[in-house]
Structure formats: C-alpha cells, structure tokens
Design a protein around this ligand. Structure first.
Ligand SMILES: [Fe+2]
Length: 402
C-alpha cells in the first residue's frame, strides 16, 4: 500500500515585527528600521521610540505582522511521540516515583518542542500518559480544568467521579467536566497506562484555574467495580433521556464513559453503509464519530471536542486545515500521517499534534495483522468548542474554494 509523501505548503508567512535590541531598563524594546510600512528612520523617530520605552508603550505599526497575521500562525509545531518510548519511560517512573497527595498523579505530559519546554502539547491542550501501579490510589481532587481519559491498552483501573466508580478498558473514552471530585484506583495485579487530555494550557493562559483537594481515602463502597457506572445506567442508552433529568443541562456531559463496543460498531456501520451505496462516511473510506453530551447533543466538554476516526485500508483523507489545535492518538492499525510539510509513519499508541491551520492528511496502511478492525483507527481531541463558541472556527479542505 502506498501513501503520498508530504506536500509543500502553498504559502509563506512573512513576519514584519521588529527585533528589540536597545537596553533601557524597560521591558519594551523598540528599534527603528528602514522597511516597507515603517516610518523613516530619523533622530526624531529614535527619540520617540525611547519615549515609548520609558512610558511602556508599543505602537501597532511595529507589531502588526506578529499580532495580526494574514492567517493563523501557530507557536506549536507538528510533532509525534512514540508510544513505545512513552510507555517505557512511564514504566520507569512507576518504579521510582510514588503517587500521592501533593504530586497527585503520575502523569507525564507531552511538551511541544516549540513551546519553551512547557508541558503543553499545543497552546491550549494538555496530553499526558498516566501510569498507575497495582493496588495504587491516585488521590481525590477537583479542578476547573475539563478532562478526559482515553485507554489505548489494558484495563483494571477505575476512576471514581463524584463517588461513582467508572471502569476503564481499552477503547473507552471517559470525560469529566471541571470541578467534579475524582480519584483513580488500580484494583489489579498489573500496572495500567492511559492518556489524559485537559484544557490546562488554555486555562493557564486565561488565568481561570481553581483546585481543591478531596478526601484522603475513597470509601470501601467506592472500591467495588461495577460493570456499569451509575452514570452509564442513567445516561448510556441511545436516544433515551431520563425524564427525571433537570431541564437545564449542567456543564459538560453527565455520561462519564463511552464504551468501545458502541464506538466500534458505529464506525463499522458507517463503512458498511458506504459499501452498500448509502451515505454515512465523511469521505470515501473515512468513517468518523464525535462523542457528545446526551443531554444536549453538543460536545462532551465546554473546551474539548473528542472524536474517533476510522480510515479503511488504502484510503487517504483529503488535506484539511482548521483553526485551533488537535492531538491524535493511533488507537489501532498503521499508516502515514502528513501535517504541513512533515510526514510520519505511525502505529498503535503513537501521539501526534496538529497545530492551528496546518493541513492534515492521513493514509491508512492498516490490515488484519495490525488492527482489530482491519483499518486505521485514530482518536482525536481538539479545542474546537472554544472557537466555535466565539465564532472563530474555520475549516478549509485543500483543493476546494475557501
Ligand atoms: Fe485531576
């Protein structure tokens, strides 16, 4: 199976902001330069700039190229993290780093290489591998950051959300809106790893974070692992809303587990419908579902969208640009992913980042030997709800009219 190589971007960004280089004691540094769109360099202009520096003022004409680019220019870059390496390092952390109150979680975050070493996968999204050893508890707490777990392998850990134990198994998507108390427990004799996604960088930039410790220990009743959580028993029935539910929806989905068996069947049915000549897929060979709030039909979390994509063997998706950023994890199968000018071969567990307005295309090379479904299955989460709410969402499919 052949996948096309990376294409080259069709446009070049120009950056017209000026490099400050005069030390005055002020954090504002302005340099008069001869350039198109800039005032003539004269002694009077230089004196004016010194006055701006002293009074902590910055003129728009020196910054407009950086502050108002013609199209989104992300501070993040495309990057891939290999599951094999992530898992090995998480295992090592499991041996030497305890989990408990204070550190709270044995979570190891992806750091985008162009975001200054901060634990930010993108300017808005946190993605981490979390690892829990047999018998361990991760203590209860709550925070305003919205969160989810996604399980690429293993089972046996459960998350107690608001006193409701929720089992975690391969392929399950487990969202949890902000300010809900939650803890984890590994009831098995095997360690378990999964990924956490949160809006930590977004809330960090917005300075909206609150955090509280919960109980030091969860109760014995919460250590029983029911096959289905109370949230699933109330909300986990297709198209059926409990009449007892309040008319006004809460913040985020009340359903705390979306099971793989349902996701898998939905994706398989889309491709089967396509094969029978009916509508259902996004494009030929590309099935996709979005996890939604059963009370409202909207995204599961106010700041995070989550989806699962299935690309049939040999199919290639059209290059798409979107405002806002995404993180993907390969759930099953293999293929070639192209983001901007970068291409990678990916396989189960690998994570990669798609920065804002960078075109993404995926070519599936999955087969029955490396995928349960015989296709490339990709879990995706993004910050789209933020920008949709603000009217800043844009999508462009390459080769179509903007
Ligand atoms: Fe947490």
């Amino acid at each position: 199976m052949f996948c096309r190589p990376a294409w080259h971007t069709l446009w070049t960004v120009t950056h017209s902001s000026l490099t400050p280089d005069i030390a005055t004691g002020s954090p504002v540094r302005l340099r008069a330069v001869s350039a198109v769109g800039q005032p003539e360099v004269t002694p009077a202009l230089k004196e004016l700039y010194r006055g701006f520096e002293q009074e902590l003022l910055v003129p728009l004409w020196t910054e407009i190229g950086d502050l108002m680019p013609t199209r989104p220019r992300s501070r993040a870059v495309p990057h891939v993290w290999r599951w094999e390496q992530l898992r090995a390092l998480a295992e090592r952390a499991g041996e030497i780093v305890p989990v408990g109150r204070g550190g709270e979680r044995r979570a190891i975050a992806l750091a985008n290489p162009s975001l200054g070493g901060r634990p930010f996968a993108t300017p808005t999204l946190w993605a981490a591998i979390q690892y829990l050893m047999p018998g361990e508890d991760a203590p209860e707490h709550r925070h305003t950051q919205h969160a989810f777990r996604f399980v690429v392998e293993g089972e046996g850990v459960w998350t107690v959300v608001g006193g409701d134990p929720v089992a975690m198994r391969r392929g399950d998507f487990l969202p949890q809106a902000g300010w809900n108390m939650h803890a984890h427990h590994n009831a098995t004799t095997e360690p378990m790893a999964w990924i956490d996604g949160l809006d930590i960088p977004f809330q960090y930039a917005g300075e909206t974070q609150f955090f509280e410790f919960g109980r030091d220990q969860i109760s014995d009743a919460e250590r029983v692992t029911p096959d289905r959580s109370r949230a699933e028993r109330l909300w986990g029935h297709p198209g059926l809303r409990p009449v007892s539910a309040a008319a006004a929806p809460g913040t985020g989905t009340p359903l705390t587990a979306y099971r793989w068996e349902h996701t898998d069947r939905a994706l398989g049915d889309q491709l089967a419908l396509e094969a029978e000549g009916f509508a259902g897929t996004v494009e030929p060979g590309h099935a996709a579902v979005r996890f939604t709030d059963p009370a409202t039909g909207s995204d599961v979390l106010p700041t995070i969208r989550a989806e699962m994509h299935r690309v049939a063997r040999g199919a290639e998706t059209a290059p798409v640009r979107e405002t806002g950023s995404s993180v993907y994890q390969v759930f099953d199968g293999s293929g070639t992913v192209t983001v901007g000018e970068t291409s990678w071969s990916v396989t189960r567990g690998d994570l990669f980042v798609v920065p804002s307005w960078q075109p993404l295309s995926v070519c599936s090379e999955a087969g029955t030997t490396d995928s349960d479904s015989g296709a490339l299955d990709l879990f995706r989460f993004s910050d789209s709800p933020i920008f949709e709410a603000l009217g800043l969402d844009r999508v462009h499919v390459e080769g179509t009219t903007p």
